[in-house]
Ligand binder design. Structure first.
Ligand code: UD1
Ligand code: CA
Length: 457
């Protein structure tokens, strides 16, 4: 089988983004643009990907890791010059080479595969991915000869009036015979209005050698959207969001209002789960089947089992097992584990704690740095006092315990199984199994007190 290579152009400074963040690292639905591009290319079976980065692009390399090889383009002298940087790695290879820009996050592997299949089928030396543009201003125009093959591509600034009227544009994605590409690159000059080495000039060079240059037109031109500023970034996010939500709907997930639901690229959702408006699912999150993710919930880097009900709550780097529930208005902070059938009600904060099966934390409670067994009931207003101003300490509560309302558990402390803690207690000592702990001052009634107060008699 023909070997396939991809060169990802990502050395542009992205001045128009007005950002400290390297352009192609700007996320679109949670994933850097260059990540979308490289993952789609990998999906189209690449033998090797070479990413061309500019000075200050270490973040790109750190992020992509060994998905790609890297070459540095020290000065941005144009797209042809950028591709040429990959010569030491690719020049002598036989095969087909895709050139993609790192700032076109909506390109799909299906499009890339379609482009390469067409290129190989017609036996072209170069094929450009084109689109019809109602307003082609700013893009390179694709000039075809009468037989439909491509003669050349002219940039906006170099185009004649007749060429400017052409509405078929260069999307900036191409497919080349690898050896022909690198041979032609050596012949590209910068004799044009921008003084740059243009990659599209390779087309004309190959044409003049009587090679076949073809074009493959994209049906949905939005797929080729190039992000140069934050307005285009928001457009890309919106299109990506729609694409992601539709994928989940096709997989059997119900959305009340997909327009108002934000699901990042790597999130997994099981069948028959219902997602209400205003939900934001981020990072490496997975949601099981038959869940209800209620309005305005935010879930990040978390694993949610089957049949879980989340009501307007925030969950970060935590686990909720099958049939557990939370909310409204509660917060799981990182490293929390809520076991099966456990219940968290409203205004509860849990941090770095495990709640055993069937354990219930109904209202207004803080649980931090703790391990709770099964079938425990924490009364309203229980506070795990885990911080002494310097260090965090751990608290353990055994199975079947009942902690009365408004209790402070001062860490480190251990409450054994089958215990009661009286409401309003401040617990500083361990509580042994089967005991009732009461740690509060006894009530004193001062008889006749009201009448003794001035103006009350
Ligand atoms: C380019 C095409 C144009 C096409 C358009 C589609 C050229 C000369 N023109 O124009 O025909 O319609 O894309 O969006 O190629 N880059 C580098 N190093 C450089 C220059 C650019 O890595 O020295 C990268 C950029 O980061 C970017 C891509 O190449 O990812 C395209 O460069 P850009 O300057 O945006 O080209 P356009 O002017 O948009
Ligand atoms: Ca561009």
């Amino acid at each position: 089988m023909t070997k396939r290579f991809a060169v990802v152009l990502a050395a542009g400074q992205g001045t128009r983004m007005k950002s400290k963040l390297y352009k192609v690292m700007h996320p679109v639905m949670g994933k850097p643009m260059v990540g979308h591009v490289v993952d789609q290319a990998l999906g189209a079976r690449m033998d090797k990907i070479v990413t061309v980065t500019g000075v200050g692009a270490e973040t790109v390399q750190d992020y992509l890791g060994d998905k790609s090889d890297y070459v540095l383009q020290e000065e941005q002298l144009g797209t042809a010059h950028a591709v040429e940087q990959a010569a030491p790695i690719l020049k002598n290879e036989e095969g087909t080479t895709l050139v993609i820009c790192g700032d076109t996050p909506l390109l799909t592997k299906e499009t890339l595969e379609g482009l390469m299949a067409h290129h190989e089928e017609v036996n072209a030396k170069a094929t450009v991915l084109t689109a019809h543009a109602d307003d082609p201003f700013g893009y390179g125009r694709v000039i075809r000869s009468e037989d439909g093959s491509v003669t050349k591509i002219v940039e906006q600034k170099d185009a004649s009036e007749a060429e400017q009227a052409v509405q078929e544009i260069n999307t900036g994605t191409y497919c080349f015979d690898n050896k022909a590409l690198f041979a032609a690159l050596e012949k590209v000059d910068n004799n044009n209005s921008q003084g740059e080495y243009y990659l599209p000039d390779v087309m004309e060079i190959l044409k003049n050698q009587n090679e076949l240059i073809s074009a493959f037109q994209l049906e949905n031109k939005e797929d080729a959207l190039g992000v140069n500023d934050r307005i285009a970034l928001a457009q890309a996010s919106k299109l990506m969001k729609k694409r992601i939500n539709e994928k989940h709907m096709r997989n059997g997930v119900t959305f009340i209002d997909p327009e108002q639901t934000y699901i990042e690229s790597d999130v997994v959702i099981g069948q028959d789960t219902l997602v209400e408006p205003g939900v934001y699912l981020k990072g490496q999150t997975s949601i099981g089947e038959d869940c209800i993710i209620g309005a305005h919930s935010i879930i990040e880097d978390s694993q949610i089992g089957n049949g879980v009900h989340v009501k307007s709550s925030m969950i970060e780097s935590s686990v909720m097992e099958n049939q557990s529930n939370i909310g409204p208005n509660s917060h799981l902070r990182p490293d929390s584990v809520v076991k099966e059938h456990a219940h968290i009600g409203n205004f509860v904060e849990i941090k770095k704690a495990t709640l055993g099966r069937n354990t219930k934390v109904g209202h207004l409670t803080y649980v931090g740095d703790a391990t709770l067994g099964e079938n425990i009931n924490l009364g309203c207003g229980t506070v795990f006092v885990n911080y002494d101003g310097e260090k965090k300490h751990h608290i353990e509560v055994g199975d079947n315990s009942f902690i009365g309302c408004n209790t402070n558990l001062i860490a480190p402390v251990k409450i054994d199984a089958n215990t009661y803690v009286a409401a309003g207690s401040t617990i500083t000592d361990d509580v042994p199994e089967d005991a009732l702990a009461i740690a509060r001052a006894r009530q004193v009634n001062k008889e006749g007190y009201f009448k003794k107060m001035p103006n009350k008699n």
